[in-house]
Design a protein around this ligand. Sequence first.
Ligand code: NAD
Length: 493
Amino acid sequence: MSERYDHFINGRHTAPVRGGYFPSSNPATLEVLYEAARGTKEDVDAAVEAAGQAFDNPLWRDLSATRRGHLLRRLGDLVVEHAEELARMETRDNGKLLREMRAQLATLPEYLYYYAGLADKVQGSQIPTSNIQVLNYTQREPLGVVGAITPWNSPLTLTTSKLAPALAAGNTLVIKPSEYTSRTVLRLAELATEAGFPDGVVNVVTGYGAEAGAPLVEHPKLAKISFTGSTATGSAIASSAAARFIGCTLELGGKSPNIVFEDANVDNAAMGVVAGIFAAAGQTCIAGSRVFAHRSVYDELLEKVADRARSIVVGDPMLEATELGPLAFDAQQQKVNSYVELGVSEGATVLTGGRRPDVALPGYFYAPTVLTGVTNDMRVTREEIFGPVAAVMPFDTEEEVLALANDTQYGLAAGVWTQNLSRAHRMARRLDAGTIWVNTYRAMSPMSPRQGFKDSGVGIEHGLESMHEYTRLKSVWINTDEGPVADPFIMRS
Ligand code: NAD
């Protein structure tokens, strides 16, 4: 009998009202790891109610911003203490390499410490209006109950990116993690209680998107929704939020270009291309899935990328030597495979990969794949595959590659490989994406704001700017003149 996990509501493990559970399995071994509560509207109602009461409770409402920072810092310390446990849990849940998870867990506390430090530095200002008798100042206030919905590819990091600024600003939270990765987010909520956050400040309802996610988004008492996931789900969430005039922060999909110019260090660029698309088996929103190489270095780059792709060690994500783990679940594997087949039917050539590799474990493995003979108007170059599939295309001029790179519905990130400083700045200015990397790929920090352009998102995550996503601005006017208030119908010129 596998373990069973309930929702985490009002500081307590809470069984689902309708009593259902669903299985969650290890994508490398296919063993069922545990069952998690299958949340429904009733559970969401209870969680939002608890979060609403916690928001109004003086224990939280009247806590100083500095004290909120202390709690976040303590949660950061607990994450440090439990890093190995959390890393192993997440690797079992989604197949990410254990060594990648260890690296993520080493930086995760920085998110909590960063926002702990910011908690008491978000302030309003005094506005020098033309009426000197009236004092006008602004203050930033928390919003209320924030709903956070997260995907399976990096549940802890992506949840913490929302939780840390939301709590620093004084909100309360109801989190709905992906149905594929419930466990680590539940554990994070337990640690938040251990850190001293009052009951009801952090709640987790597990379950499926349609059954638990949708009722959360539609809940009338929700003040804001912060979502990371696919563009299609994000669009539905944005419509629902717009109908009730609540704000939403959306971090969505991508189809990022990674551009190698003729003046690049090709060895470095090849490593950047490999890291861009094969890290985490390509299951990252920022994957550099469209590779553009200048025709003069195209063959050399392709050979280097394909050689490294062939030598990538695919296998058990728990092992130190493994470089690429499984895809997270069966539908993911089918989706990746069917995109490769579609590419071939559209005229692409599979230079390497394009199949399940020989791995002793029964999981959802897929070989690092390089497609050539593709053009920027094929479905494999326009749609997000979310797997280890690079489409490599040649180009001749800077203007041409700029147009190709920007010719996409997405605008999440872009990579540029060049040794020409002027070109680097020109590309940074003209590429239509929220994050630009030059001679590197994947650099990231809780301090650096991230915004998806076009269909890749709305709003900002990380950095000081993210605090503003979780506050509202109030303007206060105070008459300091104790004399009689003028008759409103007598106009002075
Ligand atoms: P998804 O949209 O299928 O699911 C994301 C979350 O939304 C899950 O918790 C799911 O249960 C929930 N959900 C699904 N339908 C819902 C509905 N109707 N109402 C409310 N909630 C609903 O995405 P996924 O497959 O879990 O994640 C992969 C996607 O996430 C990719 O497109 C990837 O690019 C994107 N992503 C973006 C970022 C970023 O920062 N931009 C980061 C990671 C992943």
